[in-house]
Structures are given as structure tokens and as C-alpha cells.
Design a protein around this ligand. Sequence first.
Ligand code: GDP
Length: 488
Amino acid sequence: QQAVRNVGIAERSGSRAGVWHPINPRLQLLDEPPPHRYPPRMIFDDIIAAIATAHGVAGVAVVRASGPGAFELARGIFVPAVEGDIPPRRMTYGRFVDEHGRTVDDGYFVHFPEGASFTGQEVVELHTHGGLAAPAKVLSLLAARGARMAEPGEFTRRALHTGRVDLAQAEAVLDVVHARSEAALRAARSRLAGALSGRVATIRDRLIEAKSLVEADIDFEDEDTGHVDPAEVRALLASVADDLDALCATYQRGRVYREGAYAVIAGRPNVGKSSLLNALLGRRRAIVADQPGTTRDAVEDEAILGGVPFRLVDTAGLRREAEAIESEGIEIARERMAEADLIVFVVDASAGWGDEDKQLRAELPPVPVIEVANKSDLLDDTGHDDGLLVSAKTGRDLDALIATMAATVIGDAGGEEEALLAHERHFRQCDLAAARVRDALAALDAGLSPAITALEMQDAIKALGEVLGETTPDDVLNQIFARFCIGK
Ligand code: GDP
């Protein structure tokens, strides 16, 4: 379609093969239609089944089936304790039986009719005893009656297909499941409830409105009447660009809640980095020694600090003269620091800031740095107020450090309920949309053909549509759902 539109413009502007786009040279390349790939078509109308709960010893397991006829299929392996109909959305107690009528387990049958289920299709949930054997047997009974084993994420994909959720919401299902803190859960839940989708859809709708204004102008291009006020289109586009920028700015926070912030503890040997890591984790993880240079590899672990999921890394002490293994550790430390969200730079409070500390501090990569003076217990209580003074040994003022760490990666604007961009793909699409809207503005200001402005806007609309799953290519969908586990 892009290529066809380009030819349209080429004809209009009288050139032979596509326009040389003055702002966006990429568009030249679209003279040839893009090659199409047709991935194998997903089937959505058969019955899929999977164990929805985690494998392993547990009280209860849930086997789920979805698709037209799922109720009848599952009904065939269930004998209710009390004869009669199985009412929808109620738990009905009974026995799961094999083809000979032998009981394999007892448990509950729940029927979610079409239109009132997670997938939007007819769904049944069979609650068996937990562990491996019972749910596996019930699943195999469903398979024997014709259910197909679900692919990873296939239930959620069906919810997308039936329009129960859009793509951003479907991805939020996974974020809810993986949330590692309450704040992360709230952020993911708000995406699942449609906060992000709503914000993206609103921006997209305003772009569609602006585009229709511009297109009206194209239709009237050769006539004297009917011109649209460019100032109106300009104002609309400018406010859309602002909204997209504001949305893109939420990515740092959204990503940190979803993936965790990467914090590297760095500093000279023996200042107490390993002790600080252990204190923050609340357990002994790294080796603490009074000999300098003991941490040679990067020791990494996860913790929730101030409600924010962190990946904490203790690195080899930084120093200029080190033996071979230690230098490699220092090299690793530098690599980790370059990709960190935050560096906690530790000095020894009892020794104060030395020349080497200052030099190492100056050499840190351009990443937010919190300076911490450790071993405050070795100081007398008076007269030290420079920066964060903590003791890994006694735990003194670690809460202040934790609060500073959380605030540094999250910022203090807004709550986690607001719509946050959390996936790199969403961020890239919104960023792309923002760039195209700015290109459209530039085209408008340069007095170029409205067709070019409209084309830029179409690109932006498409980019936002990919967040919502409306224009997302199948292979991208396949990649997204491949990250889900079976039964989701
Ligand atoms: P790293 O080399 O920077 O990782 O430092 P370590 O955590 O291995 O600690 C070096 C030495 O300092 C050990 O003997 C620790 O017991 C000691 N140490 C670490 N933190 C503190 C602290 O807060 N107070 C005191 N008094 N000693 C500490």
C-alpha cells in the first residue's frame, strides 16, 4: 500500500519513479513494493488445551481449554457429583473420568460461555489436584477427545484475535505474571486494564483527524475553495508531538518496573562494596574479606528496594595496579557500569575521599551516580554531613540510600497507575511516530505538497497501530507470543 501511495504521489508530482522525499529519504526506497512474507496462518477455531498453572507440587492445578465446542468436549470427561446442568461461571464439583468411566481425579468444572471468557471463546477450566500426574492425565483425556495442545501464549493470542484485548493489553498479561513488586504489578495491571492502549489510541485518533483535514486539502488542491487552515493542522500536529514526547518519557520508569533497574556497586577495593551488596540484599551473597581484590567476578542478584525491582551487581574493586585475573574483573566492572541504570559509588568514610577515589569517580561512564561513604560506624558522630553516610556493617542509614536509589531510577513524577511505556517495541513505535509527526510538521512549514504531510502522518498512525496490534505483522506477533509460556 505504501508503494502504491508513493506511485500516486509520483503521478501527481509528475516524476517518473516515486518522489525524492525532501525530509525522509527512506521513502525513495519504496518504489518497489516490499517483499511479502506469509507466515503459516494461525488457526483460531479449533479447541486448544493446556495446563494453566505452574508445573510442580501444589494444592491445585487448572487445565484450560478454549474454542467452539470446548464445553461439550470437556463435559465428556466429567461426572458432576449432583446430576443436572452445569451452570456457567460457577464451580461444579465432580469427578474426571477416563474412557472406561474410571475416576482419575476429583475436582471442579467451570464453564465460561463465549463472549464472557478470557479468550472471548467458549472456555472450560478443570480444577484438579496439583502436582504432575492429575492435570497431565486430565489434559491427555481432553487430547484424546480431539483438543490440540496449545502453543505458548495461544490463549492470549485468541483473546487478541476475538478483540477481548489489544496487543498492548495482551503483552501486559505477561507483565502481570512476571511482576516482581507491588508497584510493578500496579503498573502492569493498569496496562492490562487498557491505560496505555487508551492513551495511544487517543493520540492515534487525533492524528487520523489531522490527516483527514490534510487530505481534504489534497482533494481541493486545484480549486479555489475548501482550503483547510494550515494553522489548525499545525496546532493539532504540534500537540500530538508533545503528547508523544510525554509518552516516550514514561519509558524509563515503565521499563524499570518491568525489567528491574540495573545498579552497579563500584569503588576502590575494600571500601565495603560486597558488604553493601549483602546488606541491601538482606543476606550473605558476596564474599566479604579484609583483603583487597577478593571480588573478581561480578556478583549479581535481585532485590526489591523501595518498591522498585533492582538487579544489583557487586564488581571487582577499581584500582590502577592489579594482577591479571583482577584486571579482567575490573574490565568486566567497567562494561557493567556502562550499561547500568545507576552506579552506587562507594568510598571508605573512615579514610575519606582519596585522590584515587576522585580519579575513579571522574572516570565513571555517563550514568546516574550515587556517592556513598561507607563504614560510618568507624566515625565519631559529629561533623560529617557530606552526602550519604552509611554503614553496611550496622545497617545505619541504608534506608536513605535505598530511597535515593529508587528515586534516581523512577523519578518522583506520577504514580505507577498512569499509562507507562514498558516494552522496547512500544517505545520504538512511539518514538518513530513522534519523529514522523515532526517530519509532517516540517513538511507543512516548508510548504510542501499536503500529500507528503499526509504520508508522514500515515506512517505515524501505522506505528501507533503496531502498539495496539492493529497493523502488527504476523511475524512480530509470533515473536511476541513466543515469549509466553504454555497455558497463558
Ligand atoms: P569490597 O572489597 O569493597 O567488596 O569490601 P568488603 O565488603 O569485602 O569489605 C572490606 C572490609 O571492610 C571487610 O573487612 C569488611 O568487614 C569491612 N567493612 C565493610 N563495610 C563495613 C562497615 O560498614 N563498617 C566497618 N567497620 N567495616 C566494614
